[in-house]
Design a protein around this ligand. Structure first.
Ligand code: GLC
Length: 747
């Protein structure tokens, strides 16, 4: 027996030696880039071309002309890049998206996943460590379902609050979005998969998304949307960047050499790869030479740009061989860096209980108490509670589109059809009515669980008279109001749809203890605000949102969320009172056509959201950074340190009767007459009653610097900077001035 064992061991050693000899890239001591370069040297031209040319993840009845050998390997997801089996290079199995492992319209029957809170909800936590944990849930479930690339990291700044994907993103501020999404993506990749950041760049609305041109001074873009991406990529080392549908300054995102080569690959030294959005490629030579590295799901494009045309372009030297090699190098180095070659994901059971605990904390910390005159937390002795509207008897609302998760506990009843043509994906055999998906458990069930003795009754809110009757016979009324958002269309305006405003007004006129719980994809107007004693913004709160909402309402959890977007008092306050290109279709995909540009003049430049309100002297309904608590906090001891960087020290104290978390925000205004305040940092502190904490915030210098071109660089002006510390962009508790000596930073 010993002889056999020795023989086997020896055989393994020989095999490994052989494999190390003929596959030197398996040496984990080498850098990802060095390992990738060794593979590229071995690839045939056909294999190189294969790895930059993507398919849909489903077989689509053979219309993809995907070779039979790979059909069985298709994951029935967003994207698939076939393997290079000869060299041990895996297929890239790509899944959506940033809010959980999407199963957009049930592409994989019965495959549920943990529904994360919306991107805005996680941003509203202002908690980078929790964002990392949320990202780890996404990364773990990516692996456990057998995928190795997740199309997460959605982070376009909220330039257009009616944008249909605002729920997916992380709000209006570049520092907040960059840090929160950077930590989410870092947490995702720490689980051993590749994540994207997307949609690069300035893809801030759905209207005319494949034809609009976001026109903006590059310096303003660098100080806003691009700075958010820069901070997120620095923090996360994201393996890939997804270029966007829209044009920027007249040139499509996926063939924009300023964005893809000058900024991303030269200025930021991004080593990973640029993949297209699904249908965002409009050329072969221009796109390849501008810096696109991989065409995703070529069937989504108006032609097969990185298929045969790319092979010909390289043969004719219109695209250099070095450029093609670089494309593959970038993909492979990110695959090595993420660990998906050394440790390929295998389908495995998931610790859903642990994931549920994390997403519940994110939901609880992301819920924002907007108004409370004392009716919250609910008194334990409430005898009768009415719960009205918002499908609160089903679950919590989630957003639609490619990020749609089919949640744990999903049933046909928790999906509410919204009309419109059935969606049939050719060849995948499934047909689905577009539907709003509600994530169980329901808020109603959770309110009943915590209400103890009280009688809890529900009305769907569609019949206002019925709602009023129920409100009249109840001590407390909790109205759920929904604004459903979905990819590919923007909301018409910032008003609650479907007559909800009238219903709220009628109920509030009947019962003065009417609490409104908002489930929105972004900011909304509140004509009934003065008539209600409390408003809670719960966003789309994910698979434990029902529990989180009940915990906040009954005070089991003290609310601590802060607004990552400004809530305007009216659309007249917005930089664009009407959506740019209103009425233009979103996806004029007619093959062979290039949609005419719609000019999206982003004349607000870098002054998005609270910066725009500051610039115009407007007062929003609820400002960026706003959020109340069931306790109170005081600030003191401001010390400012200038010189090369801005350091702000102060104390925060819990002066109330219960423990709570305060997010102390630091804003600064650079010298010069037209400058407006910018968030330069924050600290989230958990304090017991009477507890005081010393806080130090060191400003990210690029936030206060101006980006200048020719030569490109960040210029931090010398001079006096006004500093404001407070509980929101408007609620200033401490202020002072400090001299900075100025600096020039690389672009
Ligand atoms: C979509 C989205 C993108 C998604 C991709 C794959 O249209 O813009 O976010 O990851 O296509 O579904």
């Amino acid at each position: 027996m010993a002889r056999v064992v020795v023989g086997c061991a020896f055989a393994v050693v020989i095999a490994m030696a052989a494999s190390a000899a003929d596959r030197p890239w398996i040496d984990r001591a080498l850098s990802p880039d060095a390992r990738a370069a060794l593979v590229v040297k071995e690839l045939t031209q056909e294999e190189k071309l294969r790895y930059v040319h993507g398919y849909y993840g489903g077989n689509l009845n053979g219309i993809q002309h995907i070779p039979q050998e790979w059909i069985a390997d298709l994951p029935n997801s967003a994207g698939y890049i076939p393997p290079i089996t000869r060299l041990g290079i895996p297929a890239l199995k790509e899944t959506d998206a940033g809010l959980g492992i999407a199963n957009h319209r049930h592409m994989r029957e019965g495959d549920t996943a943990t529904a994360l809170p919306s991107g805005l909800a996680t941003a509203a936590t202002f908690n980078p460590a929790l964002a990392f944990e949320v990202g780890s849930v996404l990364g773990r479930e990516t692996r456990d379902k057998g995928f190795n690339v997740v199309l997460g990291g959605a982070m376009n700044l909220t330039r257009e609050p009616r944008g249909g994907r605002s729920f997916e993103y992380a709000g209006e501020d570049p520092l907040l979005a960059g840090i929160i999404v950077g930590e989410e993506v870092r947490g995702t990749q720490a689980q051993g998969v590749v994540s994207t950041v997307k949609h690069y760049a300035l893809n801030f609305q759905e209207t005319a998304r494949t034809s609009i041109s976001a026109n903006i001074a590059w310096s303003a873009a660098r100080e806003s949307d691009l700075l958010a991406f820069e901070l997120a990529i620095e923090r996360s080392n994201a393996g890939a960047v997804m270029c966007s549908y829209n044009r920027v300054n007249g040139v499509y995102g996926c063939e924009n050499s300023y964005l893809l080569t000058k900024v991303l690959k030269q200025d930021w030294s991004f080593p990973g790869w640029v993949m297209s959005d699904w249908g965002a490629v409009h050329s072969t030579v221009d796109a390849a030479n501008a810096g696109l590295d991989q065409e995703s799901a070529f069937l989504a494009d108006s032609a097969d740009f990185f298929g045969e045309p790319l092979k010909v372009a390289v043969a004719e030297r219109k695209v250099s061989q070095a450029r093609l090699d670089d494309m593959v190098q970038r993909i492979l180095r990110s695959a090595f860096a993420a660990g998906v070659i050394d440790n390929p994901p295998q389908k495995a059971p998931t610790d859903l209980k642990r994931h549920a605990e994390i997403v519940q904390r994110a939901a609880e910390q992301g819920i924002v108490l907007l108004k409370n005159t004392g009716v919250l937390p609910l008194a334990a002795n409430a005898k009768s509670i009415a719960v009205i509207g918002g499908h609160a008897d089903l679950g919590v609302l989630s957003g639609g589109g490619s990020s749609q998760v089919i949640p744990i506990g999903d049933t046909p009843e928790t999906e509410v059809p919204v009309g419109g043509p059935a969606f049939k994906f050719p060849g995948l055999g499934w047909v689905r009515q577009p539907a709003m998906v509600f994530d169980p458990p329901s808020p109603l069930a959770e309110i009943k669980r915590l209400a103890r003795a009280a009688r809890v009754r529900f009305a769907n809110g569609k019949d206002i008279a019925e709602a009023v009757r129920l409100a009249k016979s109840s001590d407390i009324v909790i109205v759920f109001a929904n604004q459903w958002m979905r990819e590919s269309e923007d909301v018409l305006d910032l008003s609650l749809p479907d007559g909800q405003n009238d219903m709220i007004a009628a109920v509030a006129a009947t019962n003065r203890h009417t609490i409104v719980v908002l489930q929105t994809g972004g900011p909304i107007l509140m004509p009934w605000l003065n008539a209600v004693p409390a408003v809670v913004e719960a966003w789309y709160s994910g698979n434990r949102g029902g529990i989180a909402i009940a915990n906040i309402l009954f005070g089991t959890v003290n609310p601590s969320g802060r607004l990552p977007v400004s809530f305007p008092a009216g659309e007249y306050q917005l930089a664009h009172p009407e959506i740019v290109g209103k009425g233009t279709t979103t996806n004029p995909y007619a093959p062979g056509t290039v949609p005419p540009p719609v000019n999206g003049d982003a004349f607000e430049g870098a002054d998005i959201g609270y910066r725009w309100f500051d610039k115009k002297g407007s007062k929003p309904l609820f400002p960026f950074g706003h959020g109340l608590s069931y306790t109170q906090f005081s600030y003191g001891g401001l010390k400012l340190e200038g010189g090369g960087a801005l350091t702000v020290r102060f104390t925060v104290m819990n002066t109330g009767k219960r423990a709570g978390s305060e997010t102390a925000q630091v804003y600064a205004v650079p010298p010069g007459g037209t400058a407006v305040k910018r968030l330069v940092g924050w600290a989230r502190v958990e304090l017991k009653p009477g507890e005081m904490r010393d806080v130090t915030v060191i400003s990210e210098p690029r936030i206060l610097a101006a980006f200048r071109e020719n030569p490109d660089g960040w210029h931090l002006s010398a001079g006096s900077y006004a500093v404001a510390v407070g509980a929101s962009s408007e609620d200033v508790r401490l202020n002072g001035k400090v001299e900075l000596s100025g600096a020039t930073l690389k672009p």
